[in-house]
Ligand binder design. Structure first.
Ligand code: URA
Length: 244
């Protein structure tokens, strides 16, 4: 028998301290019963769930999904809106998205039931590169784009250097399409970055996640990741330099 928070941390849910917080704040169930007590001990046969998601015991599965607009990056929604897992009906495993794309953002989203893998990819120290195509209002100048490239303050923090490419500009409509590659994953980061230079995002799509691309996957379609793609993503995540 082991302490619940230790088993959770080992399963890759979060750090032990964060797991303690999850238990105390009522996010954890054991065999269908809410447990908020820190000393609680569990055995390997106990069924542990965090917010309804079972601790990883199933065969790990990994999917690449092209998320449509007006779909929530979650497994359920209290307002009854469409969620990404609606597109995976009939799957045995209980998968969930790795990170989030906004309700109105389309593009590449990974889903898995492997908590350790998800934590690795979302860990603030180890974010892999993500490439977005943004249609923005206004045509940013070279000067403005440099601010994105070298880092810009949003929410009181400076973003890490990014790759920025102006793909096209429409002088009549005063819009532009820009490719932006970042490796952090702050909330609404891309929208905030463009807002900070005065060219708000009208449309956003994620094109790349590490070395993965959408390829010919249509909006709303998904495919399983190949073994080597999973391995490569792990390597890419580990190669990212920890932040100071
Ligand atoms: N940045 C955003 O602003 N929105 C997303 O959906 C993803 C990244």
């Amino acid at each position: 028998m082991e302490r619940l928070q230790k088993v959770m941390a080992h399963a890759g849910v979060a750090s032990r301290r964060k797991c303690e917080e999850l238990i105390i704040s009522g996010h954890v169930q054991v065999n269908g019963k809410l447990v908020t007590e820190l000393g609680y001990k569990v055995s390997t046969s106990d069924k542990i769930e965090v917010d309804g998601v079972p601790l990883y015991k199933e065969e790990p599965v990994y999917y690449l999904f092209n998320k449509p607009q007006r779909v929530i990056s979650a497994v359920s929604d209290d307002k009854g809106r469409a969620v990404v897992t609606d597109y995976f009906q009939g799957l045995q495993e209980r998968i969930y998205p790795i990170g989030r794309l906004d309700y109105d953002t389309t593009g590449l989203l990974l889903l898995t039931n492997d908590g350790e893998f998800a934590n690795l990819l979302m860990h603030p120290k180890y974010h892999v590169e993500k490439t977005y195509i943004a249609k923005v209002k206004g045509i940013p100048t070279e000067q403005q784009l440099k601010k994105l490239k070298y880092g810009i303050k949003i929410d009181g923090k400076k973003t890490a250097p990014a790759k920025v490419k102006l793909l096209s500009g429409d002088t009549d409509k005063q819009t532009a399409t820009i490719e932006l590659t970042i490796h952090e994953g702050w909330n609404h980061q891309v929208k905030k970055m463009f807002m900070a230079i005065g060219t708000p995002v009208m449309k956003l799509r994620r094109e790349k996640y590490g070395s993965l691309t959408l390829d010919h996957l249509g909006v709303g379609q998904w495919r399983p990741l190949k073994k080597y793609e999973v391995q490569k993503l792990k390597q890419e995540a580990m190669q990212m330099q920890p932040k100071k």
